[in-house]
Design a protein around this ligand. Structure first.
Ligand SMILES: [Zn+2]
Length: 434
């Protein structure tokens, strides 16, 4: 008998195909999936310090939130009256951020975001915001995996963001990794974009950027440069396989072809794009051009939740809603792929996470599918996308460590009172400013 850290029994949904494996066992040691197979077979070969018997539950790879701004979670709901992205940014978000943003705000915003994401089965997210060092401290306390992109608007922001990335060199933890995040094509000048991209390649870190989120942005770019967004990015030589594009709603087919050839990925953020009236991303067409597409919530302030289940359902319904010649419907299995295996490719972590396979890090969630609102469950992917809720997630394991079990928070258990106190403090402060 081999002694290992953790054994998990349940119905495995490995996300390498539509196959599911009833009454199997996952074998986890030192944060890695080292084996899996039928329960009876594995039980004869392994013993563990911790055994989680979740026979009645689905066991999936943890969900991936491909685009967030966790540091602004305490701004949940402040710009609900905005009619579009520019109004939301300029009339609500930028003025508030100017008055309220500091390390403490980002730390507690991130803590709040991690709490909510763990509860909906999200085990990793790709973020873009400010004071990412403060975010990192909260994330390591929560035990969540993350890619953190320090935001850049102007050339003078680059050295701070570069220092943030190099501060990870020699880091013993690998749960949190750095990225560079120039805000967008419309808010960064060409030199800033070129320089940031060059540094991202030198440091071998991803580059996260908002592109083609709104129609007007594309019209302005064409007026200024005569180019569509992907053509403009190619002309600056800032399209490569380490680039993660948030949104990509208003790309032409020629744009998508260029992006597909470059290896850059796109994150689909359905709720936020609906709320800010940005438009509908053509997910299936993107995939047909060979682009890795992930699913994201965007920030709390434009969603207003960090809930992977509502995002999967909204994402599926929105593709169904738009005309056949514009969008093509995705199957429930394809939607779950966006939140797992495809999402891992999209945030450049496919070697580490995204499936239940030997050699992958143990980011694992268990989901109950026996509640009345889920029955009868003829197709588990349909049940997951259309009739399950965040509260159906029972346990969350990240890098082999249990962060939530039977809905009881483990890593953030001691933070609840302080989190409530800081949330009230900032709520009152923002109310006064408004
Ligand atoms: Zn965003």
């Amino acid at each position: 008998m081999k002694m290992v850290d953790l054994l998990i029994r349940g119905t495995l949904v490995p996300m390498v195909s539509e196959n599911i494996l009833v009454d199997h066992m996952l074998v986890i040691d030192k944060g890695l999936i080292i084996d899996y197979g039928p329960f009876t077979e594995m039980a004869m070969r392994y013993q563990a310090t911790t055994f989680l018997d979740m026979q009645e539950r689905l066991i999936l790879p943890g969900f991936i939130n491909g685009h967030t701004h966790v540091g602004m979670s305490l701004l949940r709901g402040v710009g609900d009256a905005a009619k579009n992205l520019q109004e939301w940014l300029h009339d609500y978000i930028f003025p508030l951020e100017k008055k309220i943003l500091n390390e403490d705000f980002v730390y507690w915003s991130t803590m709040l975001a991690c709490y909510e994401m763990i509860q909906s089965g999200i085990t990793v997210f790709a973020d873009m915001y400010f004071f990412e060092n403060a975010a990192k401290r909260a994330i390591l306390h929560a035990g969540v995996r993350a890619l953190l992109g320090e935001t850049i608007f102007l050339q003078k922001d680059i050295s701070y963001a570069e220092d943030f990335c190099t501060s990870f060199f020699g880091d013993t933890q690998d749960l949190v990794a750095p990225a560079l995040a120039p805000h967008s094509l419309y808010s960064c000048d060409a030199q800033t974009l070129i320089k940031t991209h060059r540094i991202s390649q030198q440091l071998k870190v991803p580059l996260i950027i908002h592109v083609a989120e709104q129609k007007d942005e594309v019209i302005q770019l064409r007026r200024k440069t005569g180019m569509t967004p992907a053509v403009y990015m190619r002309s600056l030589d800032i399209l490569s396989s380490n680039v993660i594009i948030a949104h990509g709603i208003h790309f032409t087919d020629a744009d998508l072809e260029i992006i597909g050839a470059s290896g850059a990925s796109i994150i689909y953020n359905p709720s936020s794009s609906m709320k800010l009236a940005s438009g509908i991303a053509r997910v299936k067409t993107m995939q047909e051009y060979g682009i890795a597409v992930g699913l994201g919530t965007d920030g709390t302030a434009s969603n207003n939740s960090l809930d992977n289940f509502s995002e999967m359902k909204t994402g599926a319904l929105l593709q169904d809603l738009c005309l056949e010649e514009y969008c093509k419907p995705l199957t429930p299995y394809e939607i779950v792929k966006l939140a797992t295996v495809d999402g891992a490719r999209a945030i450049k972590m496919e070697k580490k996470i995204g499936t239940l396979e030997v050699g992958k890090r143990a980011d694992i969630i268990s989901i109950d599918i026996h509640h009345m609102h889920q029955l009868p469950a003829y197709d588990i992917f349909s049940t997951l996308v259309y009739s399950s809720k965040a509260t159906d997630v029972q346990s969350v394991i990240i890098d082999g460590k249990i962060v939530m079990h039977n809905r009881k928070m483990i890593t953030l258990f001691d933070q609840v009172n302080k989190l409530k106190e800081r949330t009230t403090y900032y709520h009152d402060k923002i109310k006064d400013i408004k």
